[in-house]
Write a protein that binds this ligand. Structure first.
Ligand code: ADP
Ligand code: ADP
Ligand code: MG
Length: 480
């Protein structure tokens, strides 16, 4: 491929464009009217407007994007994450237009995009699943029978689910009907499909996922795990690699299971197999995401690989340049998602202009973002501003680097998750590795952020006072 169109926006579009250019290829950006001044547009070799601000009229318009790709004469389309990345129809239309879709086949996307179908496929491979039912729930009576079999609490999940949507925890039989209705209507509104199923609710789970990479010649490897247990609304906020709870043996077992899952759908390209792990370190398959993941940089930092470059290479038909045995973990990486959300107010998304935007420049710290001061975080898109990723020889060093980077990052004009990141990096339970997906509910209150900030402010004022007094001494001294 010589010229690749990036069908996305924001930090991920910019990150993909960087690799395309590094490989000596030409990058084509597409943008909505709201994104005309975006960095992904400025950094591409060519850029085309594809419609008004709303995603439905621009970044989700597969037809316009393919038309643009043909006009620009590209050989490949990289979909990034979100938007059309897991849209099987788009993948097949791209291929029909004679353009390489940098991702798996439409069939793999289709199969793994439906959680019920995915569960049935991996069940046949002997991969452990969270106890649950096999088909779409058709009636409340059927749901009652299944719930009684599995035992409460249960989770009702959308078959087409993603981004933590369409998921409802049910504690008692009495609330089953109302929660099932809610899950169905949320699923219909978010995914245009109201199919739901039941899973046992694992009470103290950790979210641990494996990065997969597969070529077109039947070679599949995993690039180790990422732990993503620090979540709000079933969505990740902090991710790290490796996980503190995996022994070499468990890593190998889960890694093999993840490779099995990929093989079960003839997977190719980069993908992620998600598991939950319970208190007894039993692991269960959750789902497979058939795309590049938001948190892929932590894997890049501990393996030294460029996942986007690998995606492009395998899409071009190249063989994987390594075997499983040749891969190893070096050091530790931790990532904070910097979202335009207010941690003092239930992580509600906020919008506005970034009055100040001064990122830290530090060794062992990587920033994937797409903003400069004066730009606006708008209501039209995901509230992700960027990702701050720290590396260290060990976990403590990585956490320390992330904490230092957070402290040096100056953003004003809009609330962000930076203060939350600081809270986590300083929390004894995070530092000791004893946490699960309920970390936020268990330990986090906005008052505590204020407390740590108050301590910092007090310290800063003491230092300032000290410096002032020292200066006064000097002045006095010089005056005598
Ligand atoms: P990851 O594990 O990569 O973080 P997420 O589930 O958080 O996966 O989703 C990644 C991105 O994709 C987010 O920007 C999210 O809003 C978006 N997303 C996830 N699922 C869907 C979906 N079904 N439809 C549209 N966007 C989605
Ligand atoms: P999505 O497609 O929205 O990402 P997932 O199935 O990957 O949905 O689940 C998202 C998150 O929800 C998980 O990381 C975990 O925190 C929680 N979750 C999902 N299934 C269960 C379960 N059976 N028990 C407990 N928590 C779960
Ligand atoms: Mg998931």
């Amino acid at each position: 491929m010589e010229k690749i169109l990036v069908a996305n926006r924001g930090e991920i579009a910019l990150r993909i464009i960087k690799t395309i250019k590094k490989l000596g290829k030409k990058a084509v950006a597409v943008y909505s009217e709201a994104d005309i001044n975006s960095l992904h547009v400025k950094n591409a070799d060519e850029a085309y407007c594809i419609g008004p601000a709303s995603s439905a009229s621009s970044y989700l318009r597969g037809d316009i994007i393919i038309e643009t790709a043909l006009k620009a004469g590209v050989d490949g389309i990289h979909p990034g994450y979100g938007f059309l990345s897991e849209n099987a129809a788009f993948a097949s239309q791209v291929a029909k237009a004679g353009i390489i879709f940098i991702g798996p086949t439409a069939e793999s996307i289709d199969l793994m995009g439906n959680k019920i179908a995915a569960r049935e496929t991996v069940r046949k491979q002997g991969v452990p699943l969270v106890p649950g039912n096999k088909n779409t729930l058709t009636s409340i009576d059927q749901a009652r029978i299944i719930a009684a079999e599995i035992g409460f609490p249960i989770l009702i999940k959308a078959a087409a689910g993603g981004g933590g949507k369409g998921m409802r925890k049910v504690m008692f039989m009495e609330e089953l009907e109302s929660q099932m209705e809610r899950a169905q209507s949320e699923a219909l509104a978010s995914f245009g499909d109201d199919a739901v199923f039941v899973e046992k609710y694992v009470s103290s789970p950790r979210h641990i996922e494996f990065q997969i990479m597969a070529d077109h010649h039947g070679n599949v490897v995993h690039l180790f795990e990422r732990e993503c247990s620090i979540q709000r609304r079933h969505q990740k906020l902090i991710e790290e690699a490796p996980s503190v709870v995996l022994s070499e043996k468990l890593r190998e077992e889960m890694g093999n299971a993840a490779v099995q899952v990929a093989k079960s759908c003839q997977y190719r390209g980069a993908g992620t197999v998600e598991f939950i792990v319970d208190e007894n370190l039993q692991f269960y398959f959750l789902e497979m995401n058939t795309r590049l993941q938001v948190e892929h940089p932590v894997t890049e930092l501990i393996t030294g690989l460029d996942l986007v470059a690998l995606q492009i290479a395998v899409a071009e038909g190249e063989k994987l340049p390594f075997t499983q045995e040749e891969l190893s973990i070096k050091g530790h990486a931790v990532e904070l998602r910097i979202c335009a959300e207010d941690p003092f107010n239930q992580f509600l998304p906020c919008t506005g202009v970034l009055k100040t935007y001064r990122p830290p420049v530090m060794e062992n710290v990587r920033l994937d973002d797409a903003f400069i001061a004066g730009m606006e975080v708008s209501i039209f898109y995901d509230p992700l501003i960027g990702k701050l990723i720290a590396f260290g020889d060990n976990r403590n060093a990585a956490i320390r680097n992330l904490l230092e980077a957070i402290k040096r990052f100056d953003i004003t004009g809009i609330e962000t998750t930076l203060p939350f990141g600081k809270f986590v990096c300083e929390h004894p339970k995070f530092i000791s590795g004893e946490f699960d997906t309920h970390f936020i509910e268990k330990y986090f209150t906005p008052e505590q952020i204020n407390e740590t900030y108050a301590e910092d402010a007090l310290l800063a004022s003491k230092i300032a006072l000290n410096l002032f007094l020292q200066d006064k001494e000097k002045v006095k001294f010089m005056g005598t």
